[in-house]
Design a protein around this ligand. Structure first.
Ligand code: ADP
Ligand code: ADP
Length: 234
């Protein structure tokens, strides 16, 4: 079943009167339950694609269909609602709120979710904090936490509202090897629990964690890698 697809998705930036074509007519189909990786060189347009797919940026032309709705044409209200209730985001930098504890950083989107009780949010936060290995440091501020702890907190925050899909943009880009492996393991576990994942990365060792690896270059999908899931060669 398709969860998210694009038709002729294009994105052009104009700077100083010069047009840069960053995405050229991308046709893409993502399936519910997949952990899809999009791998490709830096500067090829992967982040721009992710932003257009997740409603953070507007395409110049084309369609982005999420569960039957063209999000490229939604009003701000409906788009914010989708982003808050159906999407989760993880970036290279954890971007935590510096004056909230790790626990509070995870819980805040839950309290903002319409129709959700405080006790439900507390239960979901407790469970995630434990699952992400943050129980011992839950009351610490981000400034007192390690890079790996902060990124695990960002992953927990991304899923506290039980999104349909998590968009991850170079989630291991700022981490050392051990922390990268942990974050990739956690994304894999979330995927096994039913959350669809779309990760963009230039790192082949991260990309192969996906059950589907698309190769992106020069503004478009150029093919699909025929790799076994989690190929031990990497
Ligand atoms: P990747 O994620 O693959 O590294 P990006 O999507 O970040 O690639 O960038 C692709 C190209 O688009 C780059 O050449 C970048 O300079 C350009 N670009 C990205 N965002 C903007 C913007 N807001 N204005 C102008 N050019 C941009
Ligand atoms: P460091 O010396 O900082 O620990 P490494 O040389 O171990 O860094 O790794 C460099 C980068 O490669 C890391 O930032 C990480 O994102 C990535 N990386 C390393 N090993 C793996 C792996 N097995 N799977 C995915 N990404 C990895």
């Amino acid at each position: 079943e398709t969860i998210l697809s694009t038709r002729k998705l294009s994105k052009t930036y104009v700077a100083d009167g010069v047009q840069a074509h960053v995405l050229g007519s991308v046709d893409l189909e993502l399936y519910r339950g997949d952990f899809t990786s999009i791998m490709g060189p830096s500067g090829s347009g992967k982040s721009t694609l992710l932003y257009c797919l997740s409603g953070m940026d507007a395409p110049t032309s084309g369609e982005v269909i999420f569960e039957g709705e063209d999000i490229a044409r939604l009003g701000q209200g409906r788009l914010s609602e989708l982003r808050a209730q159906r999407f989760g985001f993880v970036f290279q930098a954890a971007n935590l709120v510096s004056n909230l504890t790790l626990y509070e950083n995870v819980a805040v989107p839950g309290y903002l979710k319409r129709g959700r009780s405080a006790s439900e949010t507390k239960r979901a936060t407790d469970e995630l904090v434990a699952r992400m290995g943050l129980a011992q440091v839950a009351s610490h501020l981000p400034s007192q936490a390690s890079g790996g702890q902060k990124q695990r907190c960002a992953v927990a925050r991304a899923v506290v509202n039980e999104p349909a899909i998590v968009f991850a943009d170079e989630p291991t880009g700022a981490l050392n090897r051990a922390n990268s492996l942990e974050v990739l393991d956690l994304l894999g576990e979330l995927n096994r629990n039913g959350i669809s994942i779309l990760m963009v990365t230039h790192d082949v060792r991260s990309a192969v964690r996906g059950n589907r690896v698309l190769y992106f270059e020069d503004g478009g999908i150029r093919g699909e890698l025929e790799l076994a899931p989690w190929d031990p060669a990497f």
